[in-house]
Design a protein around this ligand. Structure first.
Ligand SMILES: Cc1cc2nc3c(=O)[nH]c(=O)nc-3n(C[C@H](O)[C@H](O)[C@H](O)COP(=O)(O)OP(=O)(O)OC[C@H]3O[C@@H](n4cnc5c(N)ncnc54)[C@H](O)[C@@H]3O)c2cc1C
Length: 309
């Protein structure tokens, strides 16, 4: 196992919008930083990222490339294409080991590990995910405006999604995919707004080259459409926060305070890992916020060292 004897200021685990914006802020604050990233983000399936001013329409890869080019101006930030696997130590001197056998020592850790999709359990969904089936209307609603859409959603979220989607198109139906969980009042309200609800389980999503053309139900109903929104089941992007004792919600979100601090001293988290907003610009802003908090903490700690007096 190779060793990095240098004690880093910050090790950032995850190189998506959150980790990259944190790296930019910390690089400009003259901190020694390594960003470890194994490049398996959820949004790799999509062609374009929308709603991020100056980057609207950029692919996730273009986004990361542009970020790294800008961060290269700050030589105290290094990147490693690797997976962090274990963490030992405590605030001021953590040791992070990776699959490639590298061992990093660092004062602080920022988890920007995102979230992951649980395997998609609808036949044909994988083929269209990121091409004509999406998870967030704020990300991809504009591209599907005024089109015939199927919204796969159940329970209380169905009414909520119906109201949200109605801003982009009037032609949409709801498929609860076998979950008969809407109340009579919710069904009545949807009916009043001319929204059709299908409860039968989905047999398949039929598509050509990633473009959906119909959703077929087990009872034989075929719903023509050119787009789908669905609600993926998510889980944590990495088990490491939990492994080192960070408090986590049931849905796998790292619990942080307003500055991105976790329940473990010296450990921060930002982006999708620590929020349920799931927008690139939100992730980047949370990364920036955590970086400011980490940097202040480092500077204040140094201020109090005897050698600084
Ligand atoms: C299909 C789809 C379309 C989307 N479209 C949009 C859009 O148009 N606009 C928008 O604003 N948002 C969009 N989003 C959401 C957006 O992509 C996320 O909110 C954003 O990428 C979150 O950034 P992040 O940095 O928190 O995490 P991520 O971008 O997920 O990055 C986390 C990184 O951490 C790495 N990682 C995890 N564990 C480890 C480990 N142990 N060691 C090393 N690396 C690790 C992962 O490989 C990954 O690269 C979309 C999401 C999806 C799924």
């Amino acid at each position: 196992m190779s060793n990095m004897n240098q004690l880093l200021d910050v090790l950032i685990i995850g190189g998506g919008p959150a980790g990259l914006n944190a790296a930019l802020v910390l690089g400009r604050a003259r901190k020694n930083v390594v960003v470890i990233d194994d490049e398996t983000p959820r949004n790799w399936v999509t062609r374009e990222t929308h709603g991020f001013v100056t980057r609207d329409g950029a692919s996730p890869r273009e986004f990361r490339k542009a970020a790294k080019e800008q961060i290269a101006a700050y030589p105290s930030v290094q990147f490693a294409s690797d997976t962090a696997t274990t963490i030992t130590g405590s605030d001021g001197d953590f040791v992070v080991k990776t699959t490639q056998g590298v061992s990093y020592r660092t004062k602080k850790i920022l988890f920007a590990v995102g979230k992951k999709d649980l395997p998609l359990d609808i036949n044909g969904l994988t083929e269209v995910y990121g091409k004509s089936a999406f998870v967030c209307p704020y990300c991809d609603g504009w591209e599907l405006r005024d089109q015939a859409l199927v919204i796969i959603v159940s329970g209380d979220k169905a009414l909520h999604m119906a109201k949200v989607i109605s801003g982009w198109t009037a032609q949409y139906t709801i498929c609860t995919n076998g979950s008969n969980s809407l109340t009579d009042e919710q069904r009545e309200e949807l009916k009043r707004h001319n929204v059709t609800v299908f409860d039968a389980p989905i047999q398949s999503i039929n598509s050509e080259e990633g473009m959906v053309h119909q959703v077929v139900l087990n009872d034989g109903t075929a719903i023509p459409c050119t787009g789908v929104f669905f609600q993926p089941k998510l889980f944590t992007g990495s088990e490491l926060p939990k492994a080192i004792g960070c408090e986590i919600t049931e849905s796998g979100t790292v619990i942080v305070d307003a500055s991105g601090k976790t329940s473990v001293a010296g450990v921060y988290s930002a982006g999708d890992a620590a929020s349920e907003m799931y927008q690139a610009i939100t992730a980047a802003s949370l990364g920036a916020l955590s970086a400011v908090s980490i940097n202040n903490e480092l500077n204040f700690e140094k201020w109090d060292e005897p050698s600084h007096l």
